[in-house]
Design a protein around this ligand. Structure first.
Ligand code: IVH
Length: 699
């Protein structure tokens, strides 16, 4: 065993302090070997050696029962099997939902739908209202009526193959009912567990000395993602169908009809679902459901409204990861009272200091909360939040818990207003607030270790380089050891391995297998899609959506970099061109220019470029005529609203720009067009009228 210390000392001779240290180390070592054994099927040590570790752990715990850790191997049930499921790519992405919190938000949602579709302000837009089940989304594929594949939602694009496990869930039929089932259909819905079943399951686990699940949702997720489907089969999981992915043929003209079709095929449909004719009906349903919530038997966290007409759903499409035709109307968040012990600063990747409340642990909505965000300096001042205060916190869904209010009556004597630091807690550099900004930022950039670590973390995160095995803990350790200081270092980790220090396989927490896996995971990322690469850079205001827009517009890293560098060097035309692209606001252009103007960012990019090939953005799928083209609309269209035309063009792979330039490929000229049509003629850019556009849009 590495990192020996007290390892050889007989248990009887250990003092409490050494025992505690050794228990911590044993917990980590055993967890490490568990992972190798269960997830990677690649044990590093013999069974006998493993048993010896566990025996020693048990021996120390028997002698020092007070020192048994929460994460002790003797209390742990098993390891998260995530790494071992095969991946499934969703042919149709599994979207998430935007949220509405107030009745006004619901009215606004319907108004947006009408505007987008060009309907009159009082036109009827029926929706189907369904309870929002608090479980996990899955997809079940059927071929000729037989169940063939089950997958979790994952990140919406790729999920895990849980075919055998999902087959055991009540409500997932092995064969579809009826004579005329589609030859191919993917049914989507929520796997959940009833509250009573969850409580019974937790009691049984407690009796067996196993860890309890925090809430029904976690227990449903944990139960479905078991390596052994026999265990899943023993768990009382259920399923409600509420949607579908790829389907051969048609399920119906309305969402409601489709739900009835799914029901006829043998799926459970939530019995509370109903058609609502207008916002009032939606809001009334939400009120009724909230009142009935406690009696339902399973957890729900709101109501989902879905535009009933499918042709309208198709026209509405999606923006980012959420459909325009549906919204989740959440229930008010659960609240709890506790005491604020301390306020600590977290330094983000762009240097923002975020105050975080350290709380006396309290259970909110079935989850123990001990930290909550305090947002920023103004928020603390506005609410006069002080250390020692009793605070009201809330937790809504998966979002970080927040402090909503303080209980002034309970304020102890002698507290003082909180003084926000003006220096960075990680590096001591000055932290300043820019005009008009709520955030205070550390000014040290990459010299600040906290910022450097956060940027690296972002660089390897799931939607960026997605390097498995390189999480927060590892990045921090590599950074502290000087092994990874900047992104390029990730790609030379292997060639430098063992030079000037022990090889990775011999470092704490690592072994031959895990080190090998990490090197392989890194090697697999020497090529990356342009949009992921842009997102990975962590430029302010360039999130995933913006990275996509940039990638689609410029197609190659070389062209994009050249354009922004030209802009950074004061080329007015380049700046104007960047600004002309619809969706890229001037704030984004400013950030891009700022990023590229910084010499150490350029050096970082050059470093990465030596190891990474950034792939050109693929020609957009679907349309040969519009894919990758920049298009400008001018004048008024009569058969589509401007928003719909834009969304249509984008879904065909085009970029919509607000003004005509040499880069424009096509100008759609509607009625009463003005200067943009003239500019197009002047520059020799192709133009079409509304009829021509409709033909393209249909293709
Ligand atoms: S519809 C395109 N309907 O909520 C529409 N989602 O925030 C996608 N959920 O990932 C989802 N009950 O896990 C829909 N009746 C319902 C739902 C529901 C629960 C979950 C689902 C989804 C999440 C989105």
């Amino acid at each position: 065993m590495r990192g020996g210390g007290s390892a050889g000392v007989p248990v009887e001779s250990l003092d409490p302090e050494t025992a505690a240290r050794e228990l911590a180390r044993l917990a980590e070592r055993i967890a490490h070997h568990d992972r190798l054994y269960h997830q990677l099927d690649a044990p590093e040590i013999s069974d006998a050696a493993y048993d010896a570790l566990r025996r020693r752990n048990d021996g120390i715990e028997a002698r020092f029962p007070d020192l048994v850790r929460a994460d002790s191997p003797s209390r742990r049930v098993g390891v998260e099997p995530a790494a071992t499921f095969a991946k499934v790519t969703h042919a149709v992405p599994m979207l998430s939902l935007d949220n509405a919190f107030t009745p006004d938000d619901v009215v606004d949602f319907l108004a947006r739908v009408r505007r987008f579709l060009g309907l009159a302000a009082d036109a009827e837009v029926s929706t189907v209202a369904e309870p929002k089940i608090d479980g996990l989304a899955v997809a079940a594929r059927y071929r000729d009526g037989r169940y063939v594949l089950g997958a979790t939602r994952g990140d919406g694009t790729t999920g895990e193959d849980v075919t055998a496990n999902l087959a055991t869930v009540r409500g997932i039929p092995a064969r579809l009912r009826g004579a005329d089932v589609p030859s191919r259909i993917e049914v989507r819905g929520e796997v959940y567990i009833e509250r009573g079943d969850f409580l019974a399951l937790n009691e049984a686990r407690e009796r067996a000395g196993e860890a309890r699940f925090a809430n029904p949702r976690n227990s449903a997720a944990g139960s479905l993602r078991q390596l052994d489907p026999k265990i899943t089969a023993e768990r009382p999981l259920r399923f409600f169908a509420y949607g579908w992915g790829e389907v051969d043929g048609d399920l119906g003209d309305t969402h409601w009809q489709c739900l009835q079709r799914l029901k006829a095929m043998g799926f459970a449909i939530n019995p509370m679902a109903k058609v609502c004719a207008d916002a009032e009906a939606c809001i009334a349903f939400h009120r009724e459901l909230e009142a009935a919530r406690a009696r339902l038997g399973y957890d729900i966290d709101g109501v989902v409204y879905k535009v009933d007409r499918r042709d309208w759903q198709t026209r509405l499409g999606a923006v980012g990861r959420a459909p325009r035709w549906a919204i989740a109307h959440k229930f008010p968040a659960e609240k709890a009272r506790t005491v604020l012990r301390e306020i600590v600063m977290q330094v983000g990747r762009t240097g923002v200091l975020t105050p975080v409340a350290q709380l006396e642990p309290v259970t909110v909505g079935g989850v123990v909360v001990s930290r909550a965000t305090l947002h920023n300096e103004d928020e603390i001042a506005r609410k006069d939040i002080r250390v020692g205060d009793t605070v009201l916190i809330q937790r809504a869904g998966d979002v970080i818990p927040q402090v909503v209010a303080i209980v002034v009556e309970d304020r102890p004597k002698g507290t003082r207003p909180f003084v926000f630091p003006t220096t960075c807690p990680a590096c001591g550099s000055l932290a300043v607030r820019e005009e008009g900004e709520a955030a205070r930022r550390c000014t040290a950039g990459l010299i600040c270790p906290a910022q450097a670590v956060e940027r690296l973390r972002h660089f390897v995160s799931r939607d960026a380089f997605d390097i498995e095995g390189l999480g927060e803990k590892q990045i921090q350790a590599f950074h502290a050891a000087g092994l990874i200081r900047e992104p390029a270092d990730i790609f030379t980790l292997r060639t430098r391995d063992g030079i000037g220090g022990p090889p990775l396989a011999e470092r704490d927490g690592w072994g031959e297998v895990s080190a090998g896996n990490l090197f392989r995971a890194i090697a697999a990322r020497h090529e990356i899609a342009l949009e992921r690469f842009l997102f990975a850079l962590g430029i302010r205001r360039v999130g995933e959506g913006m990275a996509k827009v940039l990638a689609r517009t410029y197609r190659t890293w070389r062209e994009l970099r050249a354009k922004v560098e030209a802009a950074a060097e004061g080329d007015g035309e380049a700046v104007a061109e960047l600004n002309s692209i619809d969706k890229i606001g001037d704030k984004v252009v400013e950030e891009l220019i700022g990023f590229f103007a910084e010499p150490h960012n350029r050096a970082m990019l050059d470093g990465v470029a030596r190891h990474v090939r950034v792939l050109d953005a693929a020609a957009a799928k679907g349309s040969a005529t519009l894919g990758g083209k920049t298009i400008v609309f001018t004048g008024s269209l009569t058969r589509m609203t401007r928003s719909e035309a834009k969304s249509r063009a984008e879904s065909l792979g085009a970029t919509v720009a607000g003004s005509v330039s040499r880069k424009t490929n096509l100008v759609v000229v509607g009625a009463d067009a003005g200067s943009k049509a003239a500019k197009a003629r002047e520059l020799g850019v192709a133009t079409i009228d509304e009829d021509g556009w409709m033909k393209l849009a249909e293709g």
